[in-house]
Design a binder for this molecule. Structure first.
Ligand code: PAF
Length: 282
């Protein structure tokens, strides 16, 4: 069964005697990447709450809040098609923003060591907005675990850190990137792309992969070499919003202690901003 509720109070009543809940927060327009998060949760919890809420506080002024795809009926249908075995899905999709934000947030969240890089450079305030909504969902639902995709790697790191400090009882589970047959990372924003643009978008994944290959095929100073190649790549194509190589454990510049690297990029096709990354042990 996948049932829909639109009111926070109803959701609270539905889950009040439940002691083992998985949470999958989404903004809807569900694709296989989201469904994978839900499958993970279903395999580990008798109740999975899937939230579908296009969170206004994480969109900048010139971003796509009003045009962000809203496809609630199709989303619920996709969840109903999942093999639930003995578990249950509760969809929480508030119609009224006030169910999540009864009043405007007065407290800001910031994790400075994980900001001022990658997506935060082009989307100031975005991660505060993400933490605002996650804070409210965690308070409302008190899940045992919450599931996030590795495509939004900086978001995942921020939520892990935020949760470790404010909600240590909630386990944050990371789920690998799901890709289309072409290799393009799945994203609700892929729906904005036509077929030619989808081919263009492969530059993102192909660049990340070739930088990673170059890292392993060079002998010494691989980090410096890759950084030079990144600078060259960006200077040749202004569609890159960022492309960077960082320590995947802390998003700092790689050091002698680094054991895992991330190469992450954001690439713009017309007005559509796509992100992707590759994480690897060294
Ligand atoms: O990754 C997303 O879809 C959103 O940032 C999230 C985590 C659902 C918060 O609105």
């Amino acid at each position: 069964m996948a049932t829909l509720t639109t009111k926070a109070i109803e959701l609270k009543n539905k889950i009040k005697n439940q002691s083992n809940i998985g949470l999958v927060p989404t903004m809807g327009n569900l694709h296989e990447g989201h469904l994978n998060l839900v499958r993970e949760s279903l395999s580990q919890h008798p109740i999975t709450v899937v939230t579908i809420f296009v969170n206004p506080t994480q969109f900048g002024k010139n971003e796509d809040l009003s045009s962000y795809p809203r496809t609630l009926d199709e989303d619920i249908e996709k969840l109903r098609q999942l093999d639930l075995k003995n578990s249950e899905i509760i969809v929480f999709s508030p119609k009224d923003e006030k169910e999540i934000y009864p009043s405007a947030p007065l407290i800001n969240f910031s994790i400075s060591s994980l900001e001022n890089k990658l997506c935060d450079l082009n989307r100031p305030g975005h991660f505060n907005g993400v933490m605002q909504v996650i804070y409210r969902l965690f308070k409302l639902i008190s899940p045992n675990s919450a599931y996030f995709g590795e495509k939004d790697y900086q978001q995942l790191m921020i939520i892990k850190t935020f949760s470790h400090e404010l909600f240590p009882e909630i386990e944050i589970k990371a789920v690998p990137i799901k890709r289309e047959a072409s290799g393009l990372a799945m994203s609700s924003r892929n729906n904005y792309l036509n077929d030619d643009e989808k081919v263009d978008a492969l530059i993102l994944k192909n660049t990340l992969n070739s930088l990673k290959q170059n890292y392993f095929s060079s002998n010494e100073s691989s980090v410096n070499l890759i950084k030079e190649q990144i600078d060259k790549t960006i200077s040749k194509d202004d569609r890159w919003q960022y492309l960077d190589l960082l320590d995947a454990d802390n998003l700092l510049a790689p050091s002698a202690k680094t054991t895992k690297l991330i190469i992450a990029g954001a690439y713009k096709i017309n007005n559509v901003r796509l992100i992707d990354n590759t994480v690897f042990n060294i």
